[in-house]
Each structure stands twice: as C-alpha cells, then as structure tokens.
Design a protein around this ligand. Structure first.
Ligand SMILES: [Zn+2]
Length: 215
C-alpha cells in the first residue's frame, strides 16, 4: 500500500496534471496541514483517492494560502483531528495544530491541552486493540513530537503528548509537518520505539507493508 503525505508547501510538481507520473499510483493521500484546500482537492482528485487531513496552525477554519488570503476549505478531505478512523484497512488518528505561541486561539494548544486531546483518543485506540489486535497504524499530526524534528523557538516546539501516544499505542508511523526543512542534512526520519517519525514537508511517499493478519 502506498500513501502520499503532503504538508506545508504547495509543490508545483504535484499541483500539475502530471502528478500521477510524479508520484505513481497511491491508495491514500494524507495532509499534515497548512495547505490550501484547492491544492489538497486537486492532488487527491487527480490521483483518484481519498484524502485524510489535519489542519495546521495557520488554518482558521479554512486553510491558509501563501500571501495571506484565505481559501475555501477543501471539500472532500476528511478532517481526522481528534478522531480514530479505519480507512483502507489502516487504523489512523489525527491531532491538529501547533503549540500555543500567540493569542490566536484556534489550532494552537498548550502541552496540557494536547495531552487532553491525546487522552480522548485512548478509548477508541483500546477498542482497536481488542477488535484488530493493534491500536494504531498511523498517527497524523501537524506538529512534531517533543524532541524529534522540532525546533528551539517557541512556535516549533513539539508535543510531549505524542511521545506518550507512541509509547502507549505503538503506531507504525507518525507523520507530521510544521517544521520546514531548509538544509539538506536536516534529519526528517527518526525511529522512536516502534514508530518511524517522518517530517513529510513538503511531500513523502510512505510504502506501507501490511502484516498478513492486518484487517
Ligand atoms: Zn505549522
């Protein structure tokens, strides 16, 4: 199973009629936030697959577009913030936004608030463990986890709650954005316990190998 993950930046090679040649066939698109709706819509519909998404901190109910203008929200993509979903045989959960760094209240959370959001996922994840033999395959977030791919400045601090989620529910992947990558040698993939943490900025293909008994 192949997943296209996108985040934070409109990539001309993907916002193009040749997107299918560029990325190949994929089964699912996942957006980690801070992308305009028209881009998410275009990429997913050109590839003919569903998109699951979380909002980034620059969203305000609608996604933010380069230059500051607000765009209409994407039509079809499913916002999975605070939700656990079962899509194409995968168990996914989403947590949106970033650490709180200014007075704009929406899509910014304190560490404590994110702990609460993470805790609210727990009943469904425990249910998954009973029903499917595993809790979670992919955790989709905008922000990185604390200490992994995050930054020293306040706005790019990662969330400690994601470390707890990884430790407790052992997802195979955590896909995040928010931390723009400017240097070639910047680390964008890190193994943490059972989880591979990937900064998808601005896009990544995830080759997801399903175990035989996964359903
Ligand atoms: Zn962001």
């Amino acid at each position: 199973m192949r997943i296209l993950a996108i985040s934070d930046k409109v990539v001309p090679a993907l916002y193009s009629p040749t997107v299918r040649q560029t990325v190949g066939a994929v089964d699912l698109v996942v957006s980690c936030g801070d992308l305009p709706g028209y881009y998410i819509d275009y990429v997913a519909s050109m590839l003919g697959v569903r998109c699951l998404m979380v909002h980034g901190n620059h969203a305000s109910g609608m996604e933010f577009v380069d230059g500051g203008a607000l765009d209409a929200p994407p039509r079809d993509p499913m916002d999975i913030d605070g939700r656990v979903v079962h899509e194409k045989g995968l168990l996914l959960a989403g947590l949106d936004g970033s650490i709180r760094y200014n007075r704009n209240p929406r899509f910014q959370h304190t560490q404590g608030e994110m702990h609460l959001k993470a805790l609210r996922l727990a009943p469904q994840l425990l249910w998954n463990r009973m029903a499917h033999g595993r809790s979670l395959d992919i955790l989709v977030t905008h922000s990185p986890p604390a200490g992994i791919h995050d930054g020293p400045d306040r706005a790019h601090q990662g969330f400690a709650a994601f470390l707890w989620l990884m430790r407790t529910f052992r997802p195979r992947y955590l896909l995040h954005g928010h931390k723009h990558v400017y240097r070639q040698d910047e680390v964008t993939q890190t193994s943490h316990g059972h989880t591979t943490v990937i900064n998808v900025y601005p896009w990544r293909i995830i080759e997801y190998e399903k175990m035989k008994d996964e359903r």
